[in-house]
Design a protein around this ligand. Structure first.
Ligand code: AMP
Length: 283
């Protein structure tokens, strides 16, 4: 059986571990997560393994990216099974900082994000989310000082925001985006899928199906406005309340009018009962 990852909860222990990697001339890849690990997270870990000599996974449910009305309290926490999964992937280090270390008394600084973080997508429905992510990711980068950091395309606006932040603040880390891992029926894996009832789970693949059909129609030169408004209705007919279903520029996430404004990305967020699902696809 593989040796487990080193589980680290203090800055001193983290510095000791990452310092020893650096002294040995080894590169480090970081996979930031909130735990409740699934095959999507493991895909990031495997890519990290190929990319760097050492792999660190952070597990921290970040209160700053949840609104008071959201699921911070009930977010799934499965630390022991997460560690077992990471052991099987030969992860070197798990950074599991206590909340007090991340946000000590008197904490008063935040990263302010614009550009792809202020385009009326997630930012419109979760105003605290991307700033909260940027702040915690900036802290994780500064604590771990990785050469590479891996993020899922599943959270596409987050990926674009973090990529922008790393470049803008000269954080000297290469941000790498990884394609979304899906169930056989197309549903994007998410730690929140456990919230879905059996009926909701059966309806959930409509999101990806509609993304795929809509992308094909846009490529076939159907007008974007027509395709996205019909897609919106298809998703609604499956029982979702749609927050957005839009084609955007794949890098800037700005609004587009035609295929020629591309590269394009189709993005959706919709609520099924109490669960909010997001997904996206390249056009
Ligand atoms: P989370 O723990 O939900 O904050 O996610 C941690 C990282 O895993 C983020 O970079 C996510 O984008 C990524 N991720 C989540 N779900 C998937 C998925 N189905 N496929 C690929 N990456 C994912």
């Amino acid at each position: 059986m593989a040796r487990g990852p080193l589980i680290v909860r203090t800055m001193k222990a983290l510095d000791r571990a990452t310092g020893s990697y650096r002294d040995a001339g080894e590169t480090l890849a970081l996979v930031p997560t909130m735990g409740a690990l699934h095959a999507g997270h493991i895909a990031l870990v495997r890519r990290a393994r190929r990319r760097a000599d050492r792999v660190a996974v952070s597990i921290f449910v970040n209160p700053a990216q949840f609104a008071p009305t959201e699921d911070f309290g009930s977010y799934p926490r499965t630390f022991e099974t997460d560690i077992a999964a990471l052991r099987a992937e030969h992860v070197d280090l798990v950074w599991a900082p206590p909340r007090q270390l991340m946000y000590p008394e008197g904490f008063a600084t935040a990263v302010s994000v614009k550009g792809p973080a202020t385009v009326d997508l997630e930012d419109r429905f979760r105003p605290q989310f991307l700033g909260g992510v940027a702040t915690v990711v900036a802290k994780l980068f500064s604590q771990c000082r990785p050469d590479f950091a891996l993020f899922g395309e599943k959270d596409y606006q987050q990926l674009r925001t973090v990529t922008r932040m790393a470049a803008d603040l000269d954080l000297k880390v290469k941000v790498i985006g990884i394609p979304t891992v899906r169930e056989k029926d197309g549903l994007a894996l998410s730690s929140r899928n456990v919230y879905l009832s059996a009926d909701e789970r059966a309806a959930a693949p409509t999101l990806y199906r509609t993304l795929r059909d809509s992308a094909a129609r846009i490529v076939a030169r159907e007008p974007i406005v027509r395709v996205t408004s019909e897609g919106w209705h298809t998703i609604e007919a499956a029982g979702f309340a749609v927050d957005y279903f839009e084609a955007r520029h794949a890098e800037t996430l700005r609004r587009v009018e035609t295929l020629a404004d591309g590269p394009l990305r189709l993005l959706v967020a919709a609520r099924l009962g109490k669960t909010r699902l997001i997904d996206n696809i390249a056009v």
